[in-house]
Design a protein around this ligand. Structure first.
Ligand code: NAI
Ligand code: MG
Length: 334
């Protein structure tokens, strides 16, 4: 079966790393029907468009979306985040942001093998709030955090299911229940109330500040972490930094109910500081394509690319050199 994939290369290093991801998918023998969409800072600066309705409709009709990265210092903060990235998450109901991390033991810790399940459609990212008397000494700014029973429960449900499929079967809720008492209470009760449905999964809780210490010093403590949108955003940058760096961190924005396509993208941004220099590591984008293939049911191809990524772990070179080496390793195994 051919999968129709909407590809958004985006800005900066986005197109560079996406090209390598597609090269690896092709090497694994998976035929994709690719529809490329020009979205991001480039398009916005050229014609003021962020996400035209017809592009959204086309992406909605795809089986999956692969995105490089969008953003540029020339675009005001929030335009692409709210208008493109968050809009896609909300409109396509990509309610789970799944971010796996792996890293060999080192002198700081005993190794990383964990997955963060970040709630992706609520929390402080809903854009609730506003400002009053802006620019004056009496300025007021509020930014609400929305947490619904429906939204939290479906995310926690997904995390329990995932924990059950992993060897350790361990799930940690990360929050700040001692200070964010209303939202924290809802999250804590959702986990407690769902837990009996997964008696084989062991449940733990950490405050988010303590989790930052543990991620650095004792990441082996974690198997699956479930957390809210903002904590997940921050924790996953830290988890990326302690496990191979931002150039290797992959993510999946999932609609687990499959009422529409899911979106796969590296955790990193468009890295304007290194764009065009060939210094971008394509591994995060390639690993994101692996998550995409798994979700599309192409497990064998996903496993081949995963094995090639592991075999080429220490390969250095330009973006294209690393990508070609990994693709050649994939092809050799087909
Ligand atoms: P960034 O992730 O683009 O870069 C942070 C640092 O990591 C930079 O020093 C960069 O050179 C390095 N880096 C990132 N990816 C790398 C790779 N694959 N290989 C080697 N080094 C890599 O984050 P930053 O600088 O905060 O944002 C740059 C732009 O990207 C901004 O416009 C931001 O809004 C946007 N952005 C977009 C995201 C997305 O499309 N999902 C996510 C994060 C940021
Ligand atoms: Mg982030």
């Amino acid at each position: 079966m051919t999968h129709r994939v909407g590809v958004v290369p985006g800005d900066g290093i986005g197109p560079e790393v996406v090209a390598e991801a597609l090269r690896c998918v092709e090497a694994a023998g998976v035929a994709l029907d690719v529809v490329t969409h020009d979205l991001g800072a480039g398009r916005y600066l050229r014609c003021g468009e962020v996400l035209p309705d017809e592009v959204l409709a086309d992406l909605r009709a795809c089986d999956a979306i692969l995105l490089g990265a969008v953003g540029s210092p020339d675009v005001p903060a929030g335009v692409l985040e709210r208008g493109l990235l968050l809009r896609l998450r909300f409109e396509l109901d990509l309610y789970v942001n799944l971010r796996p991390f792996q890293g060999a033991p080192n002198r700081h810790n005993g190794g990383v093998d964990l997955v963060v399940v970040r709630e992706n459609t609520e929390g402080p990212y809903v854009g609730e709030g506003g400002s009053l008397r802006r620019g004056t000494p009496q300025e007021v700014a509020t930014q609400g955090s929305v947490n619904t029973r429906y939204g939290v429960e479906r995310c926690v449900h997904f995390a329990f299911d995932l924990a059950r499929r992993r060897a350790r079967r361990h799930l940690t809720l990360v929050h700040k229940t001692n200070v964010l008492t209303y939202a924290g209470d809802l999250w804590r009760r959702c986990v407690e109330e769902l837990a009996p449905g997964w008696p084989d999964v062991q449940v733990a809780y950490d405050h988010v500040d303590a989790a930052c210490i543990h991620l650095v010093e004792r990441p082996e403590r974690y198997d699956v972490i479930v957390t809210d949108n903002l904590f997940g955003d921050i924790l996953t940058d830290l988890a990326g930094a302690v496990s191979g760096g931002i150039g290797r961190a992959a993510s999946a924005n999932l609609n687990p109910d499959r009422t529409g396509p899911s979106l796969f993208e590296p955790v990193h941004g468009s890295a304007p500081d290194i764009a065009g220099t060939g210094r971008a590591d394509p591994r995060a984008a390639i690993a994101s394509a692996v998550l995409m293939l798994e979700f599309l049911g192409e497990e064998a191809a996903a496993e081949r690319i995963r094995a090639a990524l592991a075999a080429c772990e220490d390969v250095t070179g330009t973006t294209a050199e690393i990508g070609s080496r990994i693709a050649a390793t994939v092809a050799a195994k087909v």
